[in-house]
Structure formats: C-alpha cells, structure tokens
Design a protein around this ligand. Structure first.
Ligand code: ACO
Length: 446
C-alpha cells in the first residue's frame, strides 16, 4: 500500500482480528487504548474516547484538506498512482477508451455494471431525448454579459435547473433520482455549447437527436447555415475518448464538494452546482491552458533545452508534468497522446508548431534524471489543451469541457452517497484558535 493508492477492503470483510488493531498510549494519563484497524483504516471517532480528564471532549484528528482522511467508502473508481492504474468499477481505463463509448462508461459509473445491449439502447435513447432545455433556461443564459466566463454561466445555470425540476428534491424517490441523472448528463453539453456560442455572439444551436452524444455537441458548437451538421468521425471519437478519460477520478475537490453539499439532502442540481464551482477554481481545472501558454512562450524546439534548464533552476514549472496522486506516467496522458495527431490532421493543424515543441519537451524531460528522480511524468493536461485548441475551443471553455464528462462521475458519487447507510450531513470539526469571552465595546469607545 502506498500513499498514492485507493484503499481497498480487507479480505476478512472488515472484521478486525487480534493483529488488526492499533494500540495507543496517552502519555498525559498513561491510559492505553486499542482500536480496530479495518480496511487499512482506523475510525477517527475511536479517538474520541481518549480523554485527559473527566468531562474532556476527547481527542480529535487534525487533517486540513483531508490529505489522509477517507471520507467515504466507494465502489466507483480505483487509482494506484505509483503504478499508473485507473479503473472504473474494476475496468481499466485503457480498455474502456479502446472499446467503449462515453455514454456506456457513464452507464457503468452510475449503475455499477456494464449494460446489456437493450439497457444501453434505452439509456442512450433516454439521454438523447432529454438534451433540450426549457426556453426560459435559454433566455436566462442569453441575459449574461457578452464576455461572461462560460464556467460562470454553467455554474449558475446548473443551479437554476433546480428551479425547473422542483420534484428532484425527493431524493428518496428512485424515479426522481434516475430522472435527475438522465437530465443532467443529457443537458450538460447543451448548456456548455450555449455558453460557447454566447461568447462568440452566435445564435444557440438546438440539439440534434440523430447524432451521437459527442457528435451532437460538435453540432451545437459549430453548426452554421447547413441544414444538417455532419461531425467528422475522428473528432467525434477523440472527444468521446477525452470524455471517458475525465468521467471520474474518485475523491477530488469537486467530487468531495458534491458529496458534502449533497449530504444536506439538497436536490442533485444544487449539489452538482457545487461541483461545477469547485472545478472552476484554477487549482482544479485549468492546467491545460497553462501548458499552451508555456508552449507559446518556448516558441521553437531549439529553445527546449534552455527552457528545461530554467525548470531545473526553479525559474519555471514544467506545466502538464507531475501529479499529486500519479507518481508514474498518468495513464490518461498516454491515451490522449494517441489522439492528438488524429485531431490535428482532421482540423488541418498537423503542422502546429506547439505539437513538435510538446513532443521534444516530453522526450527530453523523460530522459533527464531531474524529472525521473522526482517521478515527474506528463499528466492528463499535457496534451488535452492541444486537442481543444485544434477544435477551436477557447481557453475559457476548457474547464467547461471537463465539467461535461465529470457530471457522470459526480452523479455516480452522489447516488452512492445517497444510498450509503453511513451518510450523515458533512460537518467537520475545527480547532478554535480565536479570542474568548471578550466584553462588547460600544462603537464610540473602540
Ligand atoms: N515542474 C518542475 N518541477 C516540479 C513540477 C513541475 N511541473 N512538479 C513538481 N515538481 C518538483 C517540485 O519542485 C519538487 O521538487 P523538490 O523535491 O526538489 O522540491 C518535487 O517535484 C515534488 O513536487 P511536489 O510539489 O511535492 O508535488 P505535488 O504532488 O505536491 O504537486 C502538482 C503536484 C501540483 C500537480 C505539481 O506537479 C505541479 O504543479 N504540476 C504542474 C501543474 C499541472 O500540470 N497540474 C495539473 C495536474 S493534473 C489535474 O489536476 C487534472
């Protein structure tokens, strides 16, 4: 077990044996306590029994940013960062990208198993036939300023959906939960494409039910006067693969936000708006934009060695390299790389000088001990920006492109949270470090 690995359940069904326990001695009192270790974890609440004196609140654990706290049990996504493994419901990401589609992976995440043909057909039909949004949603998006950030538009519009589906607050009703899942997966590309067209001052394009999930999205982005938009199958497939890669990534900032807000039993539209808000932050989405800026600054492949020297002298960061969890080649980066050439060829950008710089930079960094010693490898964002740029997607839209597929992951996690008997409203503790028992000073005396 390493720091970068998702915990897996113990083979004894979580029952502690004599050896599977932790003995703690409180040196303040000399008392010794024994706590069970189950699934490689001790329960934080077991520490509460440790008290310095009668009436003491009991010991708490301090973990800002939850860096060593499992806040839930989950069957959805397994990551082993050291080995570069990512699995959804047990299926390796490589196989899903090779053989599946985004909608099938969304089904897998949400339902927990791969669909049979009739189940997949029904799922695809349901999603396809819920892509339209109420005209008032469209009007409310039209009312944003011409330069509104598309992520801000998405964030508020996902929240606004809650007012259009008030019955969604019946989260104990399986039909309502299912309808919210279908609606959110179906409408997210529509909202994203409306935000894109808004930025460009173009009329919004309504969904086309005859196209695939990604083909319809391309149509809503690019359709002009043609009667029917025909998506390039290479772009359709590349987008689908990108979306499979971004569908879920276990307990990151936005997923934890969805679970925490959802634990109040609010409706799923509101819980997902919290996820979109978290993703909007530059520390979560956004590194792919920084990669493009870096490649622009480097300018030509001749400048790559000097740039890398700058990184090693800590004057620069090699954007798109390194990951908190993956200490090996991010498996998603390897898959994206395969699609870059295809997309550039389809969009007529095969001679994009940034690609040559990115390849040269990666090669040299992988041959350099500075990077290999620190386990710095390309992450998912290293090549995704190049694909988005080739698709003429403005940088402000990059995080919106991430939110579309992550909706499936957020919903799977929300469903799991709602159905988990251990779920309680999220309510962390604090260490109070402020003043106490001050006397109020009248304003004139301060
Ligand atoms: N370029 C140069 N050096 C780096 C980089 C990098 N991209 N990333 C880490 N390092 C170095 C650090 O300086 C440090 O070196 P030191 O031990 O000599 O001081 C060592 O590698 C370890 O780095 P940490 O900061 O401890 O790694 P951490 O896991 O905290 O950081 C992070 C991970 C934030 C992703 C970092 O690698 C980074 O900033 N990368 C660039 C930004 C990026 O691509 N982010 C996208 C991540 S993927 C995603 O969010 C979807």
């Amino acid at each position: 077990m390493t720091d970068d690995q998702t915990r897996t359940g113990s083979s004894n069904g979580g029952v502690a044996t004599a050896q599977e326990s932790l003995t703690v001695t409180d040196n303040r009192t000399g008392e010794t306590y024994e706590m069970p270790i189950t699934e490689g974890t001790v329960k934080a609440m077991d520490f509460r029994q440790i008290k310095a004196a009668e009436g003491d609140f009991g010991l708490m654990t301090y973990d800002p940013a939850f860096t060593n706290t499992a806040h839930c049990r989950s069957d959805i996504t397994y990551i082993d960062g050291s080995a570069g493994i990512l699995e959804h419901r047990g299926y390796p990401i490589e196989q899903l990208c090779e053989q599946s589609t985004f909608l099938e992976v969304a089904y897998l995440l949400v339902h927990g198993a791969l669909p049979k043909q009739n189940e997949l057909d029904y799922w695809q039909y349901a999603i396809t036939h819920h892509t339209y949004v109420h005209e008032n949603i469209k009007k409310s998006m039209e009312s944003f300023r011409y330069d509104a950030h598309p992520m801000a538009m998405l964030l508020s519009t996902v929240g606004a959906l809650s007012s259009f589906y008030p019955q969604a607050k019946e989260i104990g009703d399986a039909t309502e939960r299912y309808m919210a899942v279908v609606r959110l997966i179906a409408k997210m590309p529509t909202l994203a494409a409306f935000a894109y067209r808004h930025q460009l001052g173009l009329p919004y394009v309504y969904p086309d039910n005859d196209l695939s999930y990604s083909g319809n999205f391309l149509s809503m982005l690019y359709k002009m006067t043609e009667v029917t938009y025909e998506p390039d199958p290479r772009l359709e497939r590349a987008l689908d693969v990108l979306w499979i890669l971004h569908a879920d990534h276990e307990q990151n900032c936005s997923t934890a936000a969805v679970r925490a807000v959802g634990s109040s039993q609010v409706d799923p539209y509101s819980a997902l708006a919290a996820g979109v808000a978290a993703l909007y932050g530059p520390l979560h989405g956004g590194a792919n934009e920084a990669v493009l800026r870096m490649l622009d600054r480097i300018g030509t492949t001749d400048n790559v060695p000097a740039f890398l020297e700058g990184v090693k002298n800590r004057e620069e960061k090699l954007m798109g390299f390194g990951h908190r969890v993956y200490k090996n080649y991010d498996p998603r980066a390897r898959i994206i790389k395969k699609h870059v050439d295809e997309v550039l060829e389809a969009t007529g950008g095969a001679d994009n000088p940034k690609l040559a710089i990115a390849v040269e930079l990666e090669q040299r960094a992988l041959d350099d001990e500075y990077f290999t010693d620190r386990k710095l490898y390309p992450n998912v964002d290293y090549y995704s920006g190049l694909i988005y740029e080739a698709l003429k997607i403005p940088t402000g839209m990059f995080t919106v492109m991430f939110a579309i597929p992550r909706t499936a992951g957020w919903l799977a996690q929300w469903l799991e949270m709602v159905g988990d008997e251990e779920t309680k409203i999220a309510r962390p503790r604090q260490i109070y470090s402020g003043e106490r028992e001050l006397d109020y000073t009248p304003i004139g005396d301060r």
